[in-house]
Ligand binder design. Structure first.
Ligand code: SF4
Length: 220
């Protein structure tokens, strides 16, 4: 799986003898492996009883149960996960999870679900209640996004590239990025400050090339 890479691969070699663990909790403990991936791998690759809850699953379950609580609230998500897990059969859990994914992607779509073709229509509370299906699942509105302008510079001298220390609060974790300035104020002023390279705590790191330095400092 795409998400199982890097640090997770190192942990698999160090802690599991190079073999991917079959247990959902052990998978969940791997760096970078979230609950969805852990459940999907445990069920699809190892036929363990687990429920992989993604956006499609949330929508299908919210409609099946006529759930009006916003699905982007943790408590609702927990309740829907429990509801889905209760439906997972003892065998072929992977097939069940993939069927749920396909049901959400192809039949119980966000708009105009194809209820006439739905294999679980007889169990659908929202359909039976004549609810407006396009309005399910309910979600809390997201807070308005705040635009943030960032200017950065690559400063290179004699084969060395200036990097700044990344603070724990930084949105960019890992190695220090190139000198940068955040907006709030005026973009022009930021650009001037970056041109003058008055960025704070900086250190000179030897880098093999400009390309490598830029790759190190790119936001993920
Ligand atoms: S009957 Fe309609 S709303 Fe209910 S699960 Fe099937 S496709 Fe979704």
């Amino acid at each position: 799986m795409r998400a199982i890479c890097g640090r997770a691969a190192i942990a698999v070699v160090a802690d599991h003898g190079g073999a991917l663990p079959a247990d959902e909790q052990a998978l969940r403990a791997l760096p970078g492996v979230g609950p969805y991936t852990a459940a999907a791998v445990a069920s699809i690759a190892f036929d363990r009883r687990a429920f992989a809850l993604d956006g499609n699953g949330l929508r299908v379950l919210a409609r099946l149960g006529a759930v009006r609580a916003p699905v982007n609230r943790p408590a609702t998500r927990v309740a829907l996960h429990a509801m889905g897990l209760a439906l997972v059969p003892a065998a072929r859990a992977g097939d069940f999870n993939q069927a749920m994914m396909e049901l959400g992607a192809l039949v119980c779509t966000p708009r105009a679900p194809a209820c006439g073709d739905c294999p679980v229509r007889a169990h659908c509370a929202a359909q039976a209640a004549g609810m407006n299906l396009d309005e399910l699942p309910v979600k809390d509105a997201r807070p308005a996004r705040q635009p943030v302008h960032i200017a950065c510079a690559v400063v290179e001298r004699s084969g060395r590239v200036l990097l700044c220390g990344a603070s724990p609060a930084s949105c960019w974790r890992g190695p220090g990025p190139c000198p940068r300035r955040w907006s709030p104020p005026a973009r022009r002023r930021q650009a001037r400050s970056v041109r003058g390279v008055r960025s704070r705590p900086a250190s000179w790191a030897r880098a093999p090339s400009r390309a490598a330095a830029c790759a190190t400092s790119s936001p993920s």
